[in-house]
Unconditional design. Structure first.
Length: 251
C-alpha cells in the first residue's frame, strides 16, 4: 500500500455504516476511490475474518476499520470542513451521540430492514447489487441461502431480535427530537458528526433521493409505515437534502 496513493474505500454500496464513511469523505471533499464488494464474495469474506467488517479505508499507508475510526482519521488528516465541534463540551456531546447511534440505531436498522424483507428475494438481490456487474446478481442468488444463515448467526436475525430492534429504533428517533429540541442540528448551530451519523445510519427510514446509488424502489414496510409520522423522519430527510452534497469519488 503506497502512502502516495489515493484513499481507497472498501464498501458495500447499500450499507448504512458504509454510507456514514462515504458521507464523511464527500463532506470533506477528499478524492478517493471506492471498491464495492459483493456480499459473500471472496474479498468480502476476507475482510470479515475474525469479526472484521466494512467499511475499510486505506489511507496514507494505513488500513482503518470501523466508520467512527475512519471519521476520526479524516478529521486528523483534513480538519476542515470540520465534523467535530471546536468547543470541547459540544465535541464531547457530538462524539457521544455518534457512539449512541452506532450502537442504538445502525445495527438495529440493518436487522429490521433485512428481517422484513427476508422472503423478498428479488428485492434483496437488487438491493445488494446496486452497483455490481450483472453477473453478481446471479452469483448472489446461488449463494444467498448460505449467506443468510451466516448473517443471521452473526447479526442476530430472528423474530425476537427484530421486535427488540423496532423498539430501539423508535427510541433513537425520540433521542433525535430530544437532543435537537426544535433546532436544525443535534449539537450546536452547525452540521456535525452527530447529524451525519444519525442521518446515514437511519437512511432506510426515508429512502432519500440524494442517495448516490440507484436503489430499487422500496417495498412496503410495516415498520416504516408505523414511524412515518414521527417528526424525526422529516429531520432525517432534511439533513440529507441540506448536507449530503456531491461525491468526491474518483471511481
Amino acid at each position: 500500500m503506497s502512502d502516495r496513493s489515493d484513499p481507497v474505500l472498501w464498501q458495500y454500496s447499500f450499507s448504512n455504516f458504509n454510507e456514514k464513511a462515504r458521507w464523511a469523505l464527500d463532506f470533506k471533499g477528499i478524492a478517493h476511490r471506492r471498491r464495492s464488494l459483493m456480499p459473500g464474495g471472496p474479498r468480502a469474506m476476507m475482510f470479515s475474518r475474525k469479526g472484521g467488517t466494512l467499511p475499510v479505508l486505506d489511507l496514507d499507508g494505513e488500513r482503518i476499520v470501523d466508520s467512527s475510526r475512519i471519521i476520526a482519521a479524516l478529521e486528523e488528516r483534513q480538519p476542515t470542513p470540520a465534523l467535530y465541534p471546536s468547543d470541547p463540551e459540544e465535541r464531547g456531546m457530538a462524539l457521544e451521540l455518534e457512539d449512541f447511534f452506532d450502537e442504538h440505531a445502525g445495527h438495529d436498522m440493518r436487522r429490521v430492514g433485512f428481517w422484513e424483507e427476508r422472503d423478498n428475494t428479488e428485492f434483496g438481490l437488487d438491493f445488494m447489487t446496486v452497483d455490481q456487474r450483472p453477473v453478481a446478481r446471479h452469483v448472489l442468488r446461488v449463494t444467498l441461502p448460505i449467506g443468510w444463515r451466516y448473517v443471521s448467526r452473526r447479526y442476530g436475525f430472528d423474530e425476537e431480535s427484530f421486535q427488540r430492534s423496532k423498539r430501539v429504533l423508535v427510541a433513537a428517533l425520540d433521542r433525535i427530537e430530544s437532543e435537537r429540541d426544535g433546532r436544525p442540528h443535534l449539537v450546536g448551530d452547525s452540521f456535525t458528526v452527530a447529524d451525519l451519523t444519525a442521518a446515514a445510519l437511519l437512511w432506510p427510514m426515508v429512502w432519500p433521493p440524494e442517495y448516490q446509488y440507484e436503489l430499487p424502489e422500496p417495498p412496503p414496510s410495516d415498520f416504516r409505515t408505523s414511524v412515518a409520522g414521527h417528526p424525526a423522519i422529516d429531520w432525517i430527510a432534511e439533513i440529507w437534502r441540506g448536507h449530503r452534497g456531491t461525491s468526491a469519488a474518483l471511481g
